[in-house]
Design a protein around this ligand. Structure first.
Ligand code: GRF
Length: 190
């Protein structure tokens, strides 16, 4: 059984999809949800699934001892699913090749600081793109620049609003994020 630590601060629909996948496959379990936003929907989702949560402020998140706190949960992967703070270099170094993020566009386009949620979809539509999608990538010391693990595409329709595009992209995320986690865990077995 592999342990996952999820980092999420939004509504937590990806966290829910990952927890459902864990329950249905039995291949992993979410050992902890780390959140930086009191009242975030992901906290309710964790509670409903019996997953412990840790609310962090910047000081704790960046503290030298935090990687050790996380190690206490024996994680195989640290999964960012809607977590906006930059991961400190020390944490990237403490978990080499074990931290992944999902981004709601086809990186390297439409990434970087400030490019999250509706900002991404607004920019994609404003640029007249005909397709968008998701990117699952390793986390390195720079926002949205780590090696890409997988991408999945979807069309951008002429009639799309940022909300409509977000909905289509969420469907891709909920399908492919758990599968990609499963793929990475299978690779740990060699
Ligand atoms: C997702 O769209 C993901 O790509 C981005 O943050 C969003 C989180 O959504 N990194 P949710 O909280 O999982 O619904």
């Amino acid at each position: 059984m592999y342990n996952l630590i999820l980092f999420a601060s939004g509504t937590g629909t990806n966290a829910a999809a990952i927890m459902d996948w864990c329950a249905s496959t039995g291949k992993a379990r979410v050992a902890l949800v780390v959140c930086n936003k009191p009242g975030a929907g992901v906290l309710d989702i964790a509670a409903r699934n019996g997953v412990p949560t840790l609310l962090v402020d910047r000081e704790l998140f960046r503290s030298a001892g935090f990687p050790d706190t996380l190690r206490g949960y024996s994680p195989s992967l640290l999964v960012l699913a809607g977590f906006l703070w930059k991961v400190p270099d020390a944490m990237v170094q403490a978990f080499p090749g074990q931290i992944i993020n999902i981004h709601p566009a086809l990186l390297p386009a439409y990434g970087g600081k400030g490019m999250y949620g509706h900002h991404v979809h607004e920019a994609v539509i404003a640029a007249g793109e005909k397709s968008s999608g998701i990117t699952i990538h390793y986390v390195n010391e720079h926002y949205d620049e780590g090696d890409i693990i997988m991408q999945a595409h979807c069309p951008v329709l002429k009639s799309d609003t940022p909300g409509a595009l977000a909905k289509r992209i969420h469907k891709l995320e909920h399908y492919y994020f758990p599968l990609t986690i499963g793929y990475l865990l299978a690779n740990l077995e060699g």
